[in-house]
Ligand binder design. Structure first.
Ligand code: NAD
Ligand code: TDX
Length: 356
């Protein structure tokens, strides 16, 4: 049975990866359908990221709907109004530090929200099998690695933060809906993303902006924690590959094969910023500060993405130093976006465009 792929519901499409995905999808010649972006616009949601898409396709092939995935009636109405045949579920509370200081939103959105969306899909799709629910998840569900090895699809779940526990729970729900109700579903567990439109609470954009603004660069603990970085466009490509070719009921690990100790990454970033500004690299590295560690800070993540490479033919393609440099240049050249995000005035843009 081929997949319909005519009316794609993207949840959380105004966030970092979701908006990159919508940009990516709008450039795919094999896609001629409609995109419905449902996002409740938390602090992390900024539909200004999609101003060009709105301009080009708004009301024709692109529809923004301000809606909460926890609201069953709104979700059901969306499925019916737009005849949704594919869900790509990005919406989540995504920042680990926030989950430590306020876990409730993470439980509500990541667990209850995913459950509500699954129920809406099940009720709307009934026995259809030309549909797909693709759930976006994280490598953090697997916990922390020692010095060697990498997470595979078979690695047992051992989440350590409220964020990763809530994502683990949502993964289990998606799997259960496939096993119990036969809901056509796939899951991807991806490593750390970086690139344009990332909210500047996450490490890479935070370090870029602090460096450009002459502020301190706060590295947690001893800076020896390791993350596997993936350019966001490569992630989008992996998601689209799975949505087109992934086998229902399967999970796919997605990673950059690109491990960096935090401190080494920050030093590389200092060198690249210094090349761009012409100031000495020491001016930036002198601003590195080792600060109090994150509680429960996972030591190392690394992804074995052999399955998606072998079975679906995807692989990461962006070279890290190039991707990082492009990201620095993007933040440097988008100061209105940065200012709007930092002072919250993009909310006025939202009011004007969607409530005015
Ligand atoms: P983000 O925080 O930038 O964006 C999340 C979006 O979801 C925002 O637009 C927000 O308004 C929306 N949202 C939140 N709660 C909602 C709700 N209840 N109803 C409707 N919309 C809601 O997140 P991101 O970094 O783009 O991450 C997207 C997905 O990818 C998440 O599921 C995250 O767990 C996963 N992921 C992220 C990374 C990463 O490095 N950022 C890596 C692996 C997996
Ligand atoms: O100021 C900082 N200093 C610092 O040393 C910040 C914000 C982070 N860090 C460290 C903590 C991590 O080891 O940098 C690393 C990356 O931190 P984050 O950008 O907060 O990402 P992480 O916690 O690894 O989680 C991210 O990747 C997996 C996303 O936020 C998650 O949504 C995704 O699931």
């Amino acid at each position: 049975m081929t997949r319909a792929l005519n009316n794609i519901l993207i949840t959380g499409g105004a966030g970092f990866i979701g908006s990159n995905f919508i940009h990516y999808l709008s450039g795919q010649k094999d896609f001629q359908g409609r995109i419905i972006n449902a996002d409740c616009l938390t602090y992390a949601g900024n539909p200004e990221n999609l101003a060009e898409i709105e301009e080009k396709w708004g009301g024709k092939r692109y529809f923004f709907v301000k809606a909460n995935i926890r609201d069953h009636a709104s979700m059901k109405a969306l499925f019916s109004k737009y005849n949704i045949d594919t869900v790509i579920h990005f919406a989540a509370e995504s920042h680990v530090d926030r989950s430590i200081y306020g876990p409730k939103e993470f439980i509500d959105t990541n667990i209850i929200g995913t459950f509500t969306l699954l129920e809406s899909a099940r009720e709307s799709w009934k026995e259809r099998d030309d549909v797909l629910f693709h759930h976006i998840s994280t490598d953090e569900v697997f916990g922390s690695l020692g010095e060697k090895g990498a997470f595979s699809e078979e690695t047992p779940y051992r989440p350590n933060s409220p964020y990763s526990a809530s994502k683990a729970s949502s993964d289990h729900l998606v799997r259960a809906y496939f096993m119990t109700y036969g809901l056509p579903a796939t899951i991807s567990n991806c490593s750390n993303n970086y690139g344009p439109y990332q909210f500047p609470e996450k490490m890479i954009p935070l370090m870029i902006l602090n460096a450009l603004e002459g502020k301190d660069l706060p590295v947690y603990g001893d800076g020896q924690n390791i993350r596997d970085w993936l350019y966001v466009r490569d992630h989008c490509d992996a998601v689209w590959t799975i949505v087109n070719k992934g086998k229902k009921g399967e999970t796919y690990n997605v990673g950059g094969e690109n491990e960096w100790k935090n401190i080494d990454l920050v030093r590389l970033l200092c060198r690249q910023v210094s090349d761009l500004t012409g100031r000495s690299s020491d001016e930036y590295t002198d601003r590195i500060r080792f600060v109090k560690d994150r509680p429960g800070h996972d030591r190392r993540y690394a992804i074995n993405c052999g399955k998606i490479k072998k079975e679906l033919g995807w692989k990461p393609s962006c070279h890290f130093e190039q991707g990082l440099l492009e990201t620095i240049v993007w933040y440097r050249d988008h100061s209105p976006w940065v200012n709007n995000v930092k002072n919250g005035s993009y909310k006025e843009w939202v009011e004007k465009h969607y409530h005015g």
